[in-house]
Design a protein around this ligand. Sequence first.
Ligand code: UDX
Length: 442
Amino acid sequence: MGLRIAVIGVSYLGAVHAVGLASWGHQVIGLDIDPAKVDSLNQGRATIAEPGLESALRRQLDSGRLRFTTDYAEIADFAEVHFIAVGTPAAADGSADLSQLDAVVERLAPLLRRPCLIVGKSTVPVGSAADLRRRFRQLAPAGDGVELAWNPEFLRESQALADTLAPDRLVWGVESEAASAQLRQVYAQPIADGVPVIESDLATAEIVKVAANAFLATKVSFINALSQLCQATGADVVKVANALGRDPRIGRAFLDAGPGFGGGCLPKDVAALAHRADQLGVPQLAELARSVLAVNQSQRDWVGQLALVCLGGAATGKAVAILGASFKPGTDDTRDSPALSVATRLAEAGAEVRVYDPAARLNRAGLIQTDTLEQALDGADLVCHLTEWPQFAQLDPTRLTGPRRRVLLDARLKLDRRAWEEAGWTVIQPGRPWPAGPPAGA
Ligand code: UDX
């Protein structure tokens, strides 16, 4: 028999989590303050593009175990466990904006008359969970009957449902045996499937999440900084990464050099970590995190600079085709996308910039979005490969007759250089040896 569970905030994380919980046999209500989102989800239309999500959503709606509401009173009456999955976006100073969490406390706590478990899933600065527990207990009629746990989520965009249903680990921080037992019931299915549980206190669980993202970002910035070093010496960053990755202590994952990391999580979480480390008197960690962000910015600038070099130093009057706009393949998400920052830089330098992406839709002044790849390529002086969608790796360079000049900047280092060169293209891959030595200014 499943538990009665509410999921508060059904954007990315919450919608996928609600579907996952229902598919494990729990009775689930997802809550959001946005009535349009709730209507859409109740009608079986996912509000984000994730493989398999919409069909899984419909299956769970049909099973009768899942529904969505805007009504806090309904979930307060219904649920034994409340997951909080609202956004914690970046504030102007880089800290995490916790106002959506504050709103949940204000709306939900006064309605909690019976003992229940609140489980935070949102990514927060360490210390937030203990603060929330205090406030919930102060405001809830059930008082100390309200337990709090923290259970971060590690899902990746474009494989969110698969990551939720089969995570590589379950991490939670609890303050009582009862909370631990209830979480084991929530996750009975993945635990039975062999997923390991790492149980800790609240602060440890909060830190694990931020540390995971900061470590991944550090790996990317490390290889990107090395790609600039390789460029300066004629070395090959891909071979460096392959050789490093063979060491099991290092691992090959997240060592793909490119225009930098983007998306809704890594940049924001590293900035928030720097901010919190400063507040807590750990300036070395703050400095490390800020260096990771500084390398990320410099990598975008560097790739933009290389594109200008490929254009002969001047962009005015030139046409550039940009392949890919999302922050990574497999998603239509363009939040903090490195591809778009490079594209914008070229547009600001005076180029006519046409962007083609198989999924993302943009609305950016100065950038022209094309419906087809051919439209982007037509008359282009330079082709920039900035997001490694698999369809770009399958292009036959001998058939690309639209561009005016056959110059390719493969900033993701994922295209078959030899095939493109044999088709008459000059191929520049940042961090790899240049075709005939680096052009002036690189
Ligand atoms: C990330 C974490 O991976 C996930 O665990 C967490 O829950 C949310 O944040 P996501 O934002 O979906 O997931 O993106 P991810 O796949 O981690 O990629 C982040 C960025 O790093 C992308 O822009 C990607 O292109 C870039 N990247 C990744 C590289 O440039 N090189 C690499 O080797 C790997």
